[in-house]
Design a protein around this ligand. Structure first.
Ligand SMILES: Cc1cc2nc3c(=O)[nH]c(=O)nc-3n(C[C@H](O)[C@H](O)[C@H](O)COP(=O)(O)O)c2cc1C
Length: 200
């Protein structure tokens, strides 16, 4: 059986293709890259959770997501401004792992643009009476009770902006793995665009 030939221009093309998938995933909820696992550092322990990919910029690659500034991840990201972002496309069998530096946008021009893109329905979460992830005596939906079966009005929803943050992830290193029965393809892309094969 002949061995397939993979050269650097092939892996560069794979990287460009995956960045394109990321771009498309922002608006497509069914795209597997629409959500990703974000790992932060909490007192020397890794902590992971799923977040929604809200924006992507290319050259240099940056990823963005939204969150509540009252959540523990804010404290973690403020203290240790690094994180790992992990994506997996189960159909195409491609994993993307990004080593990232964090920039938090709160009540600035960038967070305002991101806030204006949020749906009224999603703004309910930012109007939560309890700090996200806090212990509560008994179950509570943690959205304003009078909004339980309706969207907030635009005026009401703007209260949520006080709790809204938009997080920018600058990619320090990308680690791409594509699974194949005849040999996986794995490589890294560094900040200076250096690209290296990695053993799978
Ligand atoms: C499909 C899905 C999408 C989510 N998207 C977000 C998100 O974009 N931002 C966010 O802060 N939390 C999101 N969450 C909730 C987080 O996974 C997590 O439960 C919560 O943010 C925990 O916060 P902490 O890690 O700060 O304690 C999502 C959860 C699921 C299941």
């Amino acid at each position: 059986m002949s061995l397939k030939k993979i050269n650097k221009s092939d892996i560069l093309k794979i990287y460009e293709r995956e960045q394109d998938y990321l771009l498309k995933a922002v608006k497509k909820a069914k795209n597997p890259y629409h959500i990703f696992s974000l790992s932060t550092i909490n007192n020397h322990h890794p902590e992971s959770r799923i977040v929604v990919l809200r924006n992507v910029q290319i050259n240099p690659l940056k990823l963005y997501f939204n969150s509540d500034i009252r959540s523990p991840k804010f404290v973690q990201l403020k203290k240790d401004r690094v994180c790992s972002a992990l994506f997996y496309d189960q159909i195409r069998k491609v994993q993307l792992r990004f080593k990232c530096e964090v920039n938090i946008h709160y009540d600035n021009d960038i967070s305002k643009i991101a806030w204006n893109k949020t749906a009224l329905q999603s703004r309910k979460c930012y109007m939560a009476p309890f700090n996200p992830s806090s212990r509560i005596e008994s179950w509570h939906p943690n959205i304003p009770i009078d909004c339980i079966d309706r969207d907030p009005t635009l005026d009401e929803s703007n209260l949520g902006y006080n709790n809204f943050m938009h997080i920018e992830l600058s990619i320090i290193k990308a680690d791409i793995l594509e699974l194949h029965y005849d040999g996986h393809i794995r490589f890294e892309v560094l900040e200076n665009n250096e690209i290296n094969f990695l053993s799978a």
